[in-house]
Design a protein around this ligand. Structure first.
Ligand SMILES: Nc1ncnc2c1ncn2[C@@H]1O[C@H](COP(=O)(O)OP(=O)(O)OP(=O)(O)O)[C@@H](O)[C@H]1O
Ligand SMILES: [Mg+2]
Length: 385
């Protein structure tokens, strides 16, 4: 029975439901009625029907089975994070090598829609982290709509150099010193001019990101910030496959309606077992010179989204002309006006990110054997009885 259930794959998590610990109990009655308890990660899981069909089909054909019944359960938050850990571990086993050091904290800055300030948040956080003496990689994964070169005022062409150890040619990131820290930046903007239309197809998009992970000589790196393209498409799914240990920061505007769109990014993260570590609300209330506060894009969206996903709200960056002006001038506000409210908020977010430790690497596997073994024992017991 266990080997039968072990062939039912959770379509989202890509791993079988037994290994994932989603089957806490199986009972077999005298008359051959099998009752399988399946705990879903969330009660309203849209894939419930798929799992039901699979379990019924696979268990039903087993000799001696007269009927299959499913009792549905829902996981506790602890059980859910355990499942995610297992699924991520599994994905990591199948991920290829990258040049990103195992100790690097990887944060993908994402959102459900465009124009909410992902790129501005990425470069300002990168500067804030570098100001603490950290070495920070910035990967512009917005292959078509790259904006990192402009935001950081960088334009040098990327060069390749032979790796001493392997003899392989690797791309050398463009570097800029920030105080005691260092930014290492790659973007397709360093390969083509900003006004060159990129005629790349979906496949090329993920290929480009893959190349930035595998063929860039990142060297030492404390953090790698990835500026994601808008939406929840190929690049997002590709990233979780290439670098399953990437964590995600979701950026949203304060409008309560925007929260629904941003939720999509979080859903996508869940589907590809990426951990969301927090929400950044950008374009929060504008404070004018006389102190009046105007919530131009509404208020409460960041907190509502954070509560919804169950992660901390890392900060609320106000609308400030200096953020946009800094971007246009290629001099991030965190660099040119560290005393401004927006810059101070970016600093605060960088501090809060200090609590975020990288997810354990592939070496530290969760107790998978124990889980399957418990399951096997339960089934064997039930069949014996
Ligand atoms: N806090 C802010 N205050 C004022 N202007 C801002 C703020 N954040 C971002 N902007 C401006 O909003 C515009 C969009 O920001 P940005 O390019 O960072 O968004 P994005 O989410 O990366 O967009 P895309 O989806 O196109 O990649 C830019 O002109 C930027 O300067
Ligand atoms: Mg952008």
């Amino acid at each position: 029975m266990i080997s039968v259930l072990g062939t039912v794959i959770d379509p989202e998590l890509g791993t079988d439901i037994v290994t994932l610990g989603m089957v806490p109990a199986v009972t077999v009655s005298d008359r051959g009625v099998v009752t399988v308890t399946v705990k879903l990660t969330i009660g309203g899981c849209p894939l419930r029907a798929d799992i039901k069909r699979e379990v019924e089909a696979r268990v039903g054909v087993h000799p001696g089975v007269t009927d299959v019944r499913i009792t549905w359960g829902e996981m506790t938050p602890d059980e859910r994070s355990d499942v995610m850990l297992k699924a991520r571990w599994n994905a990591r086993q199948h991920a290829g090598d990258t040049q990103v050091p195992a100790s690097t904290r990887v944060l993908a800055i994402a959102s459900g829609k465009g124009g909410v300030g992902k790129s501005s948040v990425t470069v300002n956080l990168a500067v804030a982290l570098a100001r603490r003496g950290r070495t920070v990689g910035v990967l512009d994964a917005d292959i078509w709509g790259f904006s990192v070169p402009r935001l950081l005022g960088m334009s040098e062409r990327l060069e390749a150099a032979k790796d001493n150890e392997t003899g392989r040619a690797l791309i050398v990131p463009n570097e800029v010193r920030i105080g005691d820290g260092l930014l290492k930046v790659v973007s397709t903007g360093f390969l083509v001019g900003e006004d060159t239309a990129l005629m790349w197809r979906g496949l090329m998009l993920t290929k480009a990101v893959e190349q930035f992970l595998r063929d860039v000589r990142w060297g030492d790196l404390d953090d790698l910030l990835i500026d994601m393209p808008p939406g929840t498409g190929d690049v997002q799914m590709g990233l979780s496959r290439l670098l399953p240990r990437a964590d995600m920061v979701v950026v949203t505007t304060p409008a309560l309606a925007a929260q629904k769109v941003a939720q999509r990014a979080a859903d996508m993260a869940r589907r590809s077992f990426v951990r969301v570590v927090g929400v950044v609300e950008n374009m929060s209330a504008f404070t004018c010179a006389d102190g009046d506060v105007y919530p131009l894009f509404g208020s409460g969206g960041g907190q509502a989204l954070a509560d919804d996903i169950g992660v901390p709200l890392l900060g609320q960056v106000p609308i400030e002309p200096a953020v946009a002006a800094g971007g246009d001038a290629g001099r991030p506000v965190t660099l040119v006006d560290p005393a401004s409210p927006a810059a101070r908020e970016f600093e605060a977010i960088a501090t809060r990110l200090g609590d975020v430790v990288p997810t354990p690497d592939a070496g530290e596997q969760p107790d998978m054997a124990g889980c399957s073994a418990r399951m096997l024992a339960a089934v064997a017991e039930a069949l014996d009885a």
